[in-house]
Structure formats: C-alpha cells, structure tokens
Design a protein around this ligand. Structure first.
Ligand code: GLN
Length: 236
C-alpha cells in the first residue's frame, strides 16, 4: 500500500517517516498527475495560505477536489484540516482557496498565535479502543485551528476544553468570531466524515502511531468497499 502525502510545504516528511515506521510507503505529491498514482492522501500541517498559493501555482485544486469527491480517503492535519473544510474563517486577507468537502466551519488560528501553541492529553475512546494502547493521545497544537460548526454527517472524534483565553481578534470584518472563547469551553479538534478525516493537532510529531494506523484502516475499509461494490456490479 502507498499513501500520497501532499508535499508542497509543512510537515510532509514527518508524515512519511511515521508511515515508514508502519511499513507503508509515503509518496510525495506535488503535481496533479502524481495524484493518479495513489488512492489516498495525507495533507500535512504547515501554513495554509502558503500551501494554497503553492497548490494554485501547481494547478492542484481541481485534481484535489476531484480526489475528495471520488470518495478516496483523505486526512488533513492542522493546515490540512483547514484545507479540507468547506468554510474557514479568521483569514486576514479576505479568504483563500480551500479544497472543501468536509462539512464544517474552521477557525484558522482558533487558539491564538504561535506563542499560544500547547500540548494536551486527548481522550479519543473510539480510536484507543480500535488501536489499543493508552486511553489518551498526546495532542500537539501549533497555532492550531478549531472546528466551530459541523454538519449532520460529521462524526466528532475529539473535543477539548479551551486551555486559556484565546483572545481572538474580535474583528467581524475579517470573518473572525466576535468573541473569544472562555477557558474551559469545549471546541472540536478531530472529525470524520465518510472518506475524510480531520485533526487540528499533529500526530506526526509524536511517537504515537495510532492515528496513522487508524487512517490506514480507513484506507483499507474504503478500498475494500470499492472493490466489493465493483464485484457486486459485475455479478448482476
Ligand atoms: N493556523 C495555521 C494556518 O492557518 C495552521 C497551523 C499548522 O498547520 N500547524 O495555516
């Protein structure tokens, strides 16, 4: 099995290293035709405006949108989650292109600036039950987004209490939320919607490979469903 990793910018090497530890090849994707050589994709964390500019430069958006629409498994971490969201707010310059497909509204810098990055233990019982190991995951949040709203088909995998006053610039003209979220209020940080997985944190920066294993199982299951449906059609 080979997994595509969007390699325009950000932590793509780290994702490829985790895949290697799991015995899986990560294939760097930079051009639209390279997407045809893989059946699943990881979009790493980094900086989503820069990533969007590079994706535009390489004319990747139509191929990426098609990839998502075809039901192929895609996992976005941090900036990758922003990229996959149907709507992102909190941009300073009136918007950027997104791939979309994940029915949610994301705040790009929900927890504040780089200096407000943090780590926390995330309880994600469904994934711990499936993958074994300790009941929590170390969540590394680097100028991380938060998921403000989710559509009816989106499964919430994890939410956390906001660790401090996130002091978001209350300027609605920039598309920002009007009030910062009080410490202790919960915000969604991991979701799944069919073939799409989104995490606001960076599992590729920890030694815990269970999120990658979980995604590999999604790839297996979705691949399996596709081949059995082809089989069923052939048998009719
Ligand atoms: N908030 C960043 C952005 O807007 C993402 C940060 C990250 O990927 N670590 O792109």
């Amino acid at each position: 099995m080979a997994i595509g990793v969007l390699a325009l910018q950000g932590s793509f090497n780290e994702h490829i290293a985790v895949l290697r530890r799991l015995g899986v090849k990560g294939v760097e994707i930079r051009k639209p035709d390279q997407l045809q050589s893989v059946t699943s994709l990881i979009i790493p964390g980094g900086e989503s405006t820069t990533m969007a500019k590079l994706a535009e430069y390489h004319n990747l958006f139509p191929a990426l949108r098609e990839f998502v629409k075809m039901g192929k498994p895609v996992w976005g971490t941090c900036a990758g989650l922003i990229f996959l969201a149907d709507k992102a707010i909190g941009q300073k310059t009136g918007g950027q292109e997104l791939i979309g497909g994940l029915d949610c509204v994301v705040h790009r810098n929900f927890f504040g600036g780089q200096i407000q990055s943090f780590e926390t233990e995330l309880p994600v019982p469904q994934i711990a039950a499936k993958e074994g190991g300790p009941p929590t995951f170390r969540g590394v949040f680097i100028r991380a987004p938060g998921i403000l709203e989710v559509g009816p088909d989106v499964e919430v995998l994890a939410d956390i209490p906001v660790p401090y006053n996130n002091n978001i610039d209350p300027n609605p003209s920039l598309g920002n939320q009007e009030e910062s979220t009080a410490p202790g209020e919960r915000v969604i940080v991991a979701v799944k919607q069919g073939n799409l997985l989104g995490t606001a944190f960076h599992p590729e920066l920890t030694a815990d490979t269970r999120w990658h294993s979980y995604f590999l199982k999604m790839v297996d299951e979705i691949g399996g469903a596709t081949s059995s449906s082809i089989c069923a059609v052939g048998e009719e």
